[in-house]
Design a protein around this ligand. Structure first.
Ligand code: NAI
Length: 753
């Protein structure tokens, strides 16, 4: 990129360029290679009279310096003629500087119709006429730069300039919309409010100041805004004396002064006036969508007043009410594909509070860890994508206000451990619709597949405030219900702080609702601060159970159900109380600081194949099992070749690993079902062959230290002798040991570990 901003080949039209600021712009553009149309009507400052000399002089000056310029003497009200001059002389139009202007200052009471109209005709209508004439040329060439000239008088008001102020700020409104309409054609429109000594300001400025505030201190801003490399669009700048500043809107957080089913009164406005006008924590809305979103949100907040349900997830918006279960139930949402890598797994783990402070968490945070795993509750992420896209709004029979959707409950069941990367497909179905009187409940079932294999199942219970009373049933056999905990003190309690940035981090996993990050958005919802995602607390609770009762072994996780009761503010501590009843761990999660229950009627179901008491034996605790490393590697190999092995081997293998004479671990290699799997624990069906040996012997064999020839007792093990062997007194084998020969593929090369 050239260090100098050049305009070679560009055609610039500057209106009112016979003097003052316009002249400076024309000279500066020409000096940097542009062809310039110098327009000026040549009247007096009140817009009276006409002369060609002003424009001609500037053209001569440009030409004398070797530049290219032509004059145009029409009023900007004849915009077509100005643009035609550019086309006739240079064949195109690239840049329009709307600069021409007059003044007819009067105190407001004395402002005549003519004072008002003339000002508007030159400034506002003139800029419109010129810009409209150039617009289609810019559009078809996919390039255009436009400047509107506003004024501090318009921005702030100025005594005696009612007409001028109105027209000048009108130009900003015009520019704001052109910026939006032109953006996709690379047409940018910006507005400047300059201050410079000129004939327009000589009556209001002392001569010294007039002299010092040179027009040449404004021109460089105009040139930069009009350069093809400048991306600025739809902005407003003040400029003068060599200083440039950008302006934007600021808005207070405001206050909702209306209550559900009550009349809105001027007294309520008065009583909330301080909050309405309080600029502390003000926000800076950037576009009209932000403005409308606020109002839509306010409507939903007012309508859901006094509701105990937790608005952890507001969704998109439509209007009207009405639910027709006959049409809706059974409908499928469009299939969703979710592609992810290990990055998303790690980001999710951080999002639900995992930390390198805890060595146990490393397997979820470090992709190089030998047991690198994806947290089971990540299973909600691919499935939530299926509704976030607004698919629900398209379901026949659903005509309700989507701003009134609350996330009531969640059920997740895993059929296989989640891969640490993959391309998953989710299919969402409206399982049932219930009529709860005060609202409706939609049961949304989402099945997530890895190719043809069903990986997990989610049930979202969505509560639609105010959409009940359509005469539907109150319960459904399809609903995954909540279960209350036993009536005794919890068996275990685990507490974790959430960080100040917990929601900011969690949202990166896919739930971008501003309620969780934008203080003003949260304030609209009646929250003091942005709230944590309900599904983030859900993730915390699940991993508390996994740590307490399953040694963080993801293979042990089966299912989780929770009801969202209250919101959590990032920074508060989550305390999960647990009651173990067989393979079910009942849970209740509270905010430690307040004692408020946030997740209720909740439970986690474990597979129950891990004997935690055995794992706690001191003999095995120190350093864990070496054989675990080998199995982790076997697991990775199965991921690659498992499908083929299922076809050729078709058997289930079980290992019983002992340490110091105690049972230390059980492993299962399932090469009979699906695309093969390895997991810690006993096989779900009967094993075809079971091996029992100590952790040390397992490793010695794997590392090839034992002489297999000497110890072998079964000659048919010869094909895998280099890698795995039975030897007298050390390895016990039950079942069809012939099958172990077939394991060669997955055991091969482990001596290199
Ligand atoms: P200026 O009076 O030196 O330049 C304005 C030019 O516009 C004159 O040459 C005039 O002949 C021409 N013009 C007037 N009516 C026209 C029409 N109908 N068609 C074509 N040309 C016409 O004034 P200055 O100060 O250079 O102003 C330029 C622009 O900047 C104006 O829009 C003015 O409102 C704006 N502005 C200037 C400020 C300043 O401090 N100089 C402050 C705020 C805004």
């Amino acid at each position: 990129m050239s260090p100098f901003l050049r305009f070679d080949g560009k055609v610039v039209l500057v209106t009112g360029a016979g003097g003052g600021l316009g002249k400076e712009y024309a000279l500066a553009f020409a000096e940097r290679g542009a062809s310039v149309v110098v327009n000026d009507l040549g009247g007096d400052i009140k817009g009276e009279g006409k002369s060609s000399s002003a424009a001609d002089k500037v053209v001569e000056e440009i030409k004398a310096k070797g530049g290219k310029a032509v004059a145009n003497y029409d009023s900007v009200e004849n915009g077509d003629k100005l643009v035609q001059t550019a086309l006739d002389a240079f064949g195109r139009i690239d840049i329009v500087i709307n600069n021409a202007g007059i003044l007819r200052d009067r105190s407001f009471a004395r402002t005549s119709d003519l004072d008002w109209d003339l000002i508007h005709r030159v400034h506002l209508r003139g800029s419109f006429m010129v810009t409209r004439a150039a617009w289609n040329h810019m559009k078809s060439q996919k390039f255009g730069r436009i400047i509107m000239t506003s004024s501090a008088a318009g921005i702030y008001g100025n005594f005696g300039q009612a007409n001028y102020s109105a027209a000048k700020l009108g130009l900003l409104g015009l520019s704001n919309t052109l910026a939006i309409e032109g953006n996709k054609y690379n047409i940018h429109c910006n507005t400047i409010a300059p201050t410079a000594g000129s004939r327009l300001t000589q009556t209001v400025m002392p001569p010294d100041l007039l002299e010092s505030l040179k027009a040449e201190y404004v021109a460089p801003l105009v040139l930069w805004l009009c350069h093809e490399s400048c991306e600025e669009n739809g902005s407003l700048f003040e400029a003068g004396a060599g200083w440039i500043g950008k302006l934007r809107w600021e808005r207070t957080q405001g206050a909702i002064v209306r209550h559900k089913n009550q009349e809105m009164t001027p007294e309520a406005v008065r009583d909330n006036w301080e909050a309405v006008c309080d600029f502390r924590n003000a926000n800076k809305p950037q576009n009209i969508q932000e403005s409308i979103t606020t109002l839509v949100d306010v409507l939903s907040r007012v309508d859901t007043e006094n509701l105990s349900a937790n608005p952890t997830s507001a969704m998109a918006s439509t209007s009207t009410t009405g639910i027709d279960p006959a049409q809706a139930v059974g409908q499928k949402l469009p299939e969703m594909v979710f592609t992810y890598s290990q990055t998303q797994c790690i980001l999710y783990a951080l999002g639900v509070g995992m930390s390198t402070k805890d060595p146990d968490h490393m397997k979820f945070l470090f992709e190089g860890h030998e047991e690198f795993s994806c947290l089971p509750t990540f299973g909600v992420i691919p499935s939530q994508a299926s509704m976030m896209d607004g698919g629900l709004a398209a379901v026949p029979g659903f005509n309700f206000d989507f701003t009134k959707v609350l996330h009531g409950e969640q059920y997740l069941e895993l059929y296989k451990p989640l891969p640490t990367s993959g391309k998953l497909t989710s299919q969402a179905t409206i399982a049932d619709v219930l009529d709860k009187g005060s609202g409706a409940v939609i049961l949304l079932d989402v099945h997530t597949y890895d190719e043809k294999d069903l990986l997990c199942y989610n049930q979202f219970s969505l509560f639609i405030v105010g959409a009940g009373g359509f005469g539907g049933k109150r319960t459904s056999e399809k609903a995954k219900g909540t279960v209350n905990p036993p009536n005794r003190p919890p068996d275990a309690v685990m507490t974790d702080e959430t960080s100040r940035d917990q929601a900011a981090l969690y949202r990166l996993s896919g739930d971008w609702n501003p309620l969780h990050i934008d203080p003003s958005f949260a304030a609209m919802g009646g929250f003091k601060k942005p709230i944590l995602h309900g599904l983030c607390s859900f993730g915390f609770a699940a991993r508390h159970v996994l740590k307490q009762y399953a040694d963080n072994d993801v293979l042990q996780f089966k299912a989780i159900k929770v009801r969202f009761v209250k919101p959590v503010i990032p920074g508060q501590s989550l305390q999960t109380e647990m009651w173990k009843e067989g393979n079910r761990v009942h849970i209740q999660t509270k905010i430690k600081e307040t004692g408020d229950v946030v997740l209720a009627g909740a439970y986690v179901d474990l597979k129950g194949t891990l004997d935690k008491t055995a794992a706690k034996e001191p003999s095995v605790q120190a350093g864990g099992l070496q054989s675990d490393l080998v199995f982790a590697e076997i697991g990775r190999r199965i991921k690659d070749v498992g499908k083929d092995l299922v076809k050729t081997v078709n058997a289930v293998f079980q290992w019983e690993i002992t340490k110091d004479g105690n049972n230390a671990a059980q492993w299962t290699i399932d090469l009979k079902n699906g695309s093969g799997s390895l997991y810690k624990g006993a096989p779900q069906a009967k094993a075809d062959v079971t091996f029992s040996l100590s952790d040390e012997d397992f490793m010695e064999v794997v590392l090839g230290k034992l002489n297999p020839q000497k110890h072998r007792i079964y000659h048919f093990f010869i094909p895998i002798l280099d890698h795995f062997i039975t030897f007298a007194g050390k390895l016990k084998v039950k079942g069809n040991i012939m099958l172990s020969q077939k394991l060669e593929t997955i055991l091969k090369d482990y001596a290199k570990l």
